[in-house]
Design a binder for this molecule. Structure first.
Ligand SMILES: NC(=O)c1ccc[n+]([C@@H]2O[C@H](COP(=O)([O-])OP(=O)(O)OC[C@H]3O[C@@H](n4cnc5c(N)ncnc54)[C@H](O)[C@@H]3O)[C@@H](O)[C@H]2O)c1
Length: 352
């Protein structure tokens, strides 16, 4: 399978994975930045290097495009790739606006091409353990869950010339999927309504940041429960992620900070003991030892699932509908921050 990767900052690690995997040939890369294209050529020996996304689409040898460009470009580039007959693996979030989601549904539902969203958190070891416990019935029905995604990304908010990047004004709730995805992937529940709030620190500490420092949403779930999501890209502690699932038979929490991905604490029905477990990444012999240790292994699992879904004609683990179930609640949350009301989270299946 011939692959082209667009966007070579975070996308470079994905280019390395496609290059290393026996089942895929990385034959083209695309980035506006010539230095990044040169680096891909030097490090990975990629044949074709395009400055323009149009040229990537016009390359008839390419079967699949991996989109790792800025989030505001995801919807349009996914739509155009599917229309050009390519399979799509797209970085999170799938879309930033409701009308983009409708257009994407319209195009993907009329096509036989695979669309997958590259959401790592469903493959993080602690969350894989949560899924096992849920499937065993150890947690019962989850009636309340929480996710916090705090990621100070000041260094990525300005281009070298000082002008703002897309991250300088991205509403935190428009990047919801690291928080929403594990619960939705595990339960196949969905969110129906959002009520959200925002807060910021003092202006003299904002350093030109153009949106709320934190946005917190409460979602009602289709199954009758509640889910709280708090997101921030402007916080002193650079990185802190946390998820918890409260079921009527058991409860589960990830560790915090660097332990969120691999440590969990849980209690299961009848047995009130709190168990602490350190969870391991799956061993992936398809890739060499030198590539993507730890967190990078989740990206490899996504690539394996994407390729297998194309080869076997099965749905990828995060297909378009699930991707939108994970993404649209954040858009409804931002609507709620502005309106002060509960906002409906649409069901994208009704758009087909
Ligand atoms: N864990 C995760 O899932 C995770 C982590 C990081 C980033 N992301 C997502 O991945 C995407 C890429 O993130 P990033 O940090 O590399 O973003 P970035 O803005 O730092 O880099 C994007 C790259 O795309 C290039 N680019 C911009 N416009 C382009 C165009 N029209 N055609 C081709 N190339 C173009 C830029 O030159 C740059 O190299 C983002 O959407 C982000 O939300 C996800």
């Amino acid at each position: 399978m011939n692959v082209g990767v667009a966007g070579l900052r975070f996308g470079m690690s994905w280019a390395q994975i496609f290059d290393a995997y026996d089942e895929t040939d990385l034959i083209a890369v695309c980035d506006l930045d010539g230095e990044k294209r040169d680096r891909a050529r030097e490090q990975l020996g990629v044949e074709s290097h395009y400055e323009s996304f149009d040229d990537l689409l016009d390359d008839d040898r390419i079967d699949s495009i991996a989109i790792f460009t800025p989030a505001p470009l995801h919807a349009e580039q996914s739509i155009r790739s599917i229309q050009a007959g390519k399979h799509v693996l797209c970085a999170v979030p799938a879309v930033l606006q409701m009308d983009e989601a409708r257009s994407l549904v319209e195009v993907v539902s009329r096509s036989d091409r695979v669309y997958m969203m590259a959401e790592n958190w469903v493959y993080e070891p602690a969350l894989v353990r949560a899924q096992e416990l849920y499937e065993e019935g150890a947690l019962g029905q989850i009636y309340y869950a929480e996710a916090e995604y705090y990621h100070g990304v000041e260094a990525l908010r300005r281009h070298p010339d000082g002008s703002p990047t897309w991250r300088n004004s991205l509403h935190p709730l428009l990047y919801p999927t690291h928080g929403t995805s594990p619960y939705l992937h595990m339960t196949r529940d969905s969110f129906t309504e959002a009520m959200a709030f925002a807060a910021s620190g003092r202006a003299e500490f904002a350093d030109g940041y153009e949106t709320d420092w934190i946005q917190t949403a409460m979602f009602r779930t289709e199954s009758g429960g509640l889910f709280r999501l708090s997101n921030s890209f402007q916080n002193v502690q650079r990185m802190s992620h946390f998820l918890s699932f409260h079921g009527d038979e058991g409860s589960f929490e990830t560790g915090r900070f660097s332990e969120a991905r691999t440590v969990c604490h849980y209690s299961r029905g009848g047995d009130k003991e709190l168990i602490r477990e350190v969870c391991e990444h799956t061993d992936l012999p398809q890739f060499g030892d030198g590539l993507g240790r730890g967190h990078g292994k989740t990206s490899m699992q996504i690539v394996l699932n994407f390729v297998s879904s194309i080869r076997t004609g099965t749905q990828p683990s995060v297909d378009l509908m699930l991707a939108l179930d994970m993404t649209l609640p954040g858009i409804a949350g931002v609507q709620s921050v502005h309106s002060g009301n509960w906002e409906t989270v649409p069901d994208p299946r009704t758009w087909v």
